[in-house]
Write a protein that binds this ligand. Structure first.
Ligand code: ADP
Ligand code: ADP
Length: 226
């Protein structure tokens, strides 16, 4: 686990306007932060800079004590969960879960231990030998969560992970994500455009507008209209 600290962070895309302007944000160890705001306000860009998937134009990002501006995504000790799951279609669920750990040369017995524990937590034990195409959307999303969990990262980054699911499943998965984060205590940064999701999950909400923080506070503080 670790805190995340963003100091005066900005992003200018080549030939473009500022997507993120001079943002300061300190996320405490174990805190669940949800980023909300209108389409194009910079949520995804901010998340991707923390992940190392976009370069940082100015300012600095730290995970724990470590400045990560020039650290490769794979070496940042974070795990990202995407909207489209990003599972390997030709691999079994087991091998999808094992893939990142095998690359890190984690011993086989340790890989197996972590996979069994995560699969149990997510109730996907009975699907380990299946290919992703033989799973439902909700099961695929659990596998994507499992792949993040087994890495035991310092932080989870979520990019609208539930937006491909139908409304009913979205509600139940929302509860499961909250439950998992409470149980694991892993610092989380979560992007969504769904207000209910934001209110349910967030310790603190960050409202972005045109690349800047417009408001920051607990769900009650942000959504309470006096
Ligand atoms: P959000 O996730 O809140 O919808 P984004 O971070 O995707 O917002 O986008 C913020 C701004 O940056 C938008 O104006 C968008 O058009 C622009 N943008 C996003 N990605 C790129 C890119 N690869 N190249 C140029 N401009 C981009
Ligand atoms: P593929 O999809 O490439 O055929 P498999 O799922 O059959 O891969 O498994 C490949 C490797 O992963 C094997 O070495 C096997 O030992 C290990 N493995 C797969 N499923 C499990 C499991 N449920 N428990 C322990 N090891 C597993």
């Amino acid at each position: 686990m670790a805190s995340i600290s963003l100091q005066n962070i900005s992003k200018v895309y080549p030939g473009g306007a500022k997507a993120v302007s001079d943002i300061n944000l300190d996320i405490a160890d174990g805190e669940f932060i949800v980023l909300v705001g209108p389409s194009g306000c910079g949520k995804s860009t901010l998340l991707r800079m923390v992940a190392g998937l976009e370069t940082i134009s100015a300012g600095s990002a730290s995970i724990g004590d470590r400045k990560v501006n020039n650290v490769e995504p794979a070496d940042r000790d974070i795990a990202m969960v995407f909207q489209n799951y990003a599972l390997y279609p030709h691999m079994s669920v087991y091998n999808n879960l094992a893939y990142g750990l095998k690359n890190q040369k984690t011993p086989r017995a340790e890989i197996d231990k972590r996979i069994q524990a995560a699969a149990k937590m997510l109730e996907i034990e009975q699907y380990l030998e299946r290919k992703p195409r033989a799973l439902s959307g909700g099961q695929r999303q659990r596998v994507a969560m499992g792949r993040a969990i087994v890495r035991e990262p310092k932080a989870f980054l979520f990019d609208e992970p539930l937006s491909n699911l139908d409304a009913k499943l979205r509600v139940s998965m929302r509860g499961e994500i909250k439950h998992l984060q409470k149980r694991l205590g892993t610092t989380s940064l979560y992007v969504t455009h769904d207000q209910l999701e934001a209110m349910t999950l967030a310790d603190r909400l960050v409202v972005l507008n045109a690349g800047r923080i417009e408001q920051i506070g607990t769900p009650l503080e942000v959504y309470h209209t006096p």
